[in-house]
Design a protein around this ligand. Structure first.
Ligand code: CP3
Length: 344
């Protein structure tokens, strides 16, 4: 029996619907868990935690032990790639990431062409530790940010409400902006391949800021670089299972799926169910899309929202997840309530 036949999550990505949808949560290792906060406090900085293989493996496994999810996602961050490219990346408590802005062509000219993957060795070590500790039925997900989303942080040096600095730079200096994207495409391909080698069973490409782009820019900066990454990974690992998450892509999801060749798309909570079933789930597996705010709310509203997600998508190839990451203030009992409702 092929190994994947023992993992419901991988089976869905391979095209086989499961009667009980496999489930996990974006940001499932995180501040809503007391055991995470404890490890986080003793690790020092956020990147120190990402680059400590034992501790990163421990926090990756915490939500699996507590909730028995069908997939673990390696504890790391999309901004480890700029770090490996030699950019300064810091995480200030309560403020999110801070990078040295890469906001004009002269600065882009100094950007390294290649990432130094020696710097990311602890991530690969953590993947090995997690894969060895996981039940064979539980999948391990590796990930990277999509070039567009990673570039938005590299250009602005931080998160902004609508990532205007990167959008402006892409209009004003398309050649310099392309160079950033090209470097990210190449390093992401290598990074994902190294994660597969270290034990990842599937990959997710996070394009958190896809939804701020007009259609033509979306095609150029979100879809095309993602397509190149999928192609580059599959050139070495033809059956690599890849999930795309172009958050906010809305009506452009069918074009994204068609062009990129992903095995599944993760959809946010604004997606229109009939449209998704007809135009997206008919082609690939769908993952999502409970509103993280209803998970904070709990009660009857949560039950109703979980039932809606299942009614909308569980007749097809489906992985139950949130529409974006779980929020730190989410009560753990609500996560338990959601799991009971899904697994019935
Ligand atoms: O459990 C998991 O999902 C795996 C770990 C993971 C993290 N970041 C850990 C993290 C993953 C998959 C990410 C991806 C990521 N990182 C994205 C794409 C997905 C998304 O949520 O939109 C983005 C845009 C980033 C960049 C990033 N990292 C931001 C904007 C922030 C600050 C916001 C925040 O929540 O504090 C981070 C920090 C971060 N990455 C935390 C965690 C658990 C919180 C920091 C902490 O614990 O101190």
């Amino acid at each position: 029996m092929p190994q994947s036949a023992t993992k419901p999550f991988i089976d869905v990505l391979s095209g086989q619907r499961q009667s009980i949808p496999p489930m996990w949560m974006m940001r499932q290792a995180g501040r809503y868990l007391p055991e995470y906060r404890e490890v986080r406090a003793k690790a020092g900085g956020f990147l120190d935690l990402c680059f400590n293989p034992e501790l990163a493996a421990e926090v990756t496994l915490q939500p699996i032990r507590r909730f028995g999810f069908d997939a673990a996602i390696i504890f790391s961050d999309i901004l480890v790639i700029p770090h490996a490219l030699g950019r300064s990346v810091r995480f200030e408590v309560g403020e999110g990431p801070r990078l040295d802005p890469l906001d004009d062509p002269a600065k882009v000219a100094t950007l390294a062409a290649r990432a130094d993957f020696v710097k990311l060795k602890p991530v690969f070590e953590a993947l090995k530790l997690v894969r060895a500790a996981l039940d064979p039925k539980t999948a391990l997900i590796g990930f990277c940010g999509a070039p567009w989303t990673v570039a938005t942080y590299m250009v602005a040096g931080q998160g902004t409400p609508d990532q205007a600095p990167a959008r402006m730079m892409a209009y004003r200096h398309p050649e310099a902006f392309s160079k950033i994207v090209d470097v990210l495409v190449e390093s992401s391909i290598q990074y994902l391949l190294l994660q597969l080698e270290a034990g990842a069973n599937a990959l997710q490409i996070f394009d958190t800021w896809a939804g701020v782009l007009p259609p033509a820019e979306f095609a150029r900066w979100s879809v095309e670089p993602t397509r190149r990454i999928v192609e580059g990974v599959r050139a070495k690992v033809p059956d690599a299972k890849i999930i795309g998450f172009p958050r906010g892509a809305g009506a452009q999801l069918p074009a994204y799926v068609e062009a990129t060749g992903v095995n599944a798309v993760s959809i946010d909570w604004t997606a229109e169910p009939g449209f998704i079933r007809e135009r997206v789930q008919s082609k690939v597996a769908v993952q999502g899309n409970l509103d993280p705010l209803v998970l904070i709310t709990g009660g009857a509203a949560l039950d109703r929202a979980v039932d809606d997600v299942l009614a909308n998508f569980a007749q097809g190839r489906f992985i139950f997840n949130l529409g974006h990451g779980i929020q730190p203030e989410t009560p753990i009992v609500h996560v338990e309530q959601m799991i009971r409702r899904v697994r019935g």
